[in-house]
Ligand binder design. Structure first.
Ligand SMILES: Cc1cc2nc3c(=O)[nH]c(=O)nc-3n(C[C@H](O)[C@H](O)[C@H](O)COP(=O)(O)OP(=O)(O)OC[C@H]3O[C@@H](n4cnc5c(N)ncnc54)[C@H](O)[C@@H]3O)c2cc1C
Length: 474
């Protein structure tokens, strides 16, 4: 899959070496090829579209001064810059479309400040370290991705959308990122600070709008959690339970609903789940255990303790579900969507209609979240199994769901706008112009047409199907 340019054709590489030292600049070999992979292989379309990406060099600054010098040098030479955290993005966010340099941000890490209700960290700080620092003060992150063990702060806010905690506190756009600092991509980089609603201008922008140097996130009082499986015979009852759980006073950090046969694909826990059953994966406050159980039972659910020795509950929801489904069904695909918000009956009708129309194909996996005004939101991340002609079937399926009022987000595109999360485009573009006047930040990800002329076809046996948590040692 890798096509690495010869470093001798790129004289500016010597300048990066002079800046950072030999070991911090990779320009050839196996080490560089892992920077040309992420989790876009979930999509058969993206896997092929991004198969032939290449890069001139990977540079690894160790602090903000080095990062600033790298950006200044790239600006002077007008070299494309693609920022990269842990590389767990699902849409090729950190893969360069126009070569240039990939900047590995993981070395620029550390907690800067913890106060009541907020924590500040350097961009490459692993989310788990941020959560641990918060817990040291009796607090926890309002939201973090299910990949928190490996994902970075700047990667999360630039490439992710929500995750653990969203059931109680909403997603990235719910005032959970309090401030960011960016440096401009100029020969003399300047620092710009965004606070409040202005932060939204860079959320989920795939690193196209600025180089993030500081992330400040919202903290909430810490809870002690228990992780359980709630088993249901009826998926609609499972949905009702998930909705009521998030809508109640019970504090849940996760309410992840998995329609059969998805639970059967989650091999570390399948022995606890009767064949054909649906499950809710629930991570909720131990103090609320009795009311959570009463609620589950009122909908016909059976609560089971998390299987001893099994992988942690956080490695099954969100995009982890797709990892399990692709392992069980290597040719399967996926989708992202949002069901009717704040209207339980309509949500249930949508779930029923999709199940009836696509039995065994559109496998419903729904994360029940909330928003700042406490509206319940139902985010679908369904595996799609057995689509004969993938693109054609996808089109039909998307138009059927749209007709039901389900809002579709396209996980088969590396273009920011196609993902469906862009807010105030005009202000975002004005900021981009100020911060990146040469247009060299992750070029191709903003405002481009869906498909480029990339035509390589990946053989599925070449796929690396390890979970993000298994790649962290590389
Ligand atoms: C199994 C699995 C589960 C997942 N679960 C979740 C989940 O629960 N919630 C969720 O939101 N996402 C989830 N994701 C998607 C992904 O994990 C998140 O997007 C993650 O937080 C990305 O972090 P990262 O460090 O890997 O970033 P990367 O993938 O390396 O980068 C993401 C984007 O950030 C940009 N970037 C990185 N650093 C900077 C910087 N300093 N300045 C500017 N731009 C920068 C990159 O250019 C890229 O566009 C999941 C993915 C997988 C594979």
């Amino acid at each position: 899959m890798t096509a690495v340019s010869e470093s001798q054709n790129r004289p500016y590489l010597d300048e990066f070496v002079a800046l950072l030292g030999d070991l911090q600049v990779l320009s050839e070999g196996r080490k560089i090829s892992r920077y040309l992979r992420d989790f876009s292989w979930y999509s058969p379309i993206l896997e092929n579209a991004l198969a032939d990406t290449s890069v001139d060099a990977v540079v690894r600054p160790r602090n903000i001064d080095e990062l600033t010098a790298v950006v200044a040098l790239a600006a002077r030479h007008r070299i494309p810059i693609t920022m990269r955290g842990a590389g767990t993005g699902n849409y090729g966010q950190s893969l360069p479309l126009e070569q240039g340099i990939v900047v590995d941000i993981k070395g620029v890490a550390g907690i800067l400040d913890v106060a009541e209700g907020r924590i500040a960290a350097l961009p490459g700080t692993i989310m788990k370290s941020i959560e641990e620092a918060a817990r040291g003060t009796g607090q926890e992150l309002a939201v973090m991705p299910s990949t928190y063990r490996v994902a970075t702060a700047s990667g999360f806010i630039s490439g992710g959308s929500g995750g653990l905690g969203a059931a109680a506190h909403g997603d990235l756009w719910s005032n959970n990122v309090l401030a960011v600092e960016l440096i401009t991509v100029e020969e003399l980089p300047r620092t710009i600070r965004l606070e409040g609603a202005d932060v939204n201008l860079i959320l989920h922008m795939y690193g196209t709008v600025g180089v993030i140097t500081r992330v400040e996130m919202r903290l909430v009082p810490a809870h002690t959690y228990e992780d359980v499986l709630v088993v249901f015979d009826d998926f609609e009852q499972c949905c009702r339970f998930g909705w009521e759980l998030v809508d109640s006073d019970i504090h849940a950090r996760l309410a992840s609903l998995q329609q059969a046969p998805i639970p059967a694909m989650m091999t570390p826990i399948t022995h606890e789940i009767p064949e054909g059953s649906h499950v809710a994966l629930v991570w909720s406050d131990l103090d609320d255990a009795a009311s959570m159980r009463a609620l589950a039972e009122s909908y016909g659910g059976t609560v089971k303790a998390w299987p001893e020795g099994a992988t942690h509950i956080t490695q099954f929801p969100y995009s982890h579900t797709i990892l399990w489904s692709r392992k069980a069904e290597p040719e399967s695909s996926w989708l992202q969507c949002e069901y009717a918000s704040g209207d339980k009956d309509r949500f249930i009708e949508q779930v029923r209609a999709v199940t009836e129309r696509y039995p065994g194909v559109f496998l419903q996996h729904i994360e029940i979240n909330t928003s700042p005004d406490r509206t319940v939101r139902c985010m679908g991340i369904p595996p799609l199994v057995g689509l004969a002609n993938h693109e054609e079937a996808l089109d039909e399926l998307i138009s059927y769901c749209t007709g039901l009022g389900i809002y579709l987000l396209n996980p088969h595109s590396y273009v920011v706008e196609e993902g469906g999360f862009v807010g105030d485009t005009e202000r975002m573009l004005a900021l981009k112009q100020e911060v990146d006047p040469f247009g060299i930040l992750n070029p191709g990800k903003l405002g481009e047409s869906f498909f480029s002329d990339r035509t390589a076809v990946v053989v599925s046996s070449e796929r690396d199907m390890r979970a993000p948590e298994q790649l962290s040692g590389e």
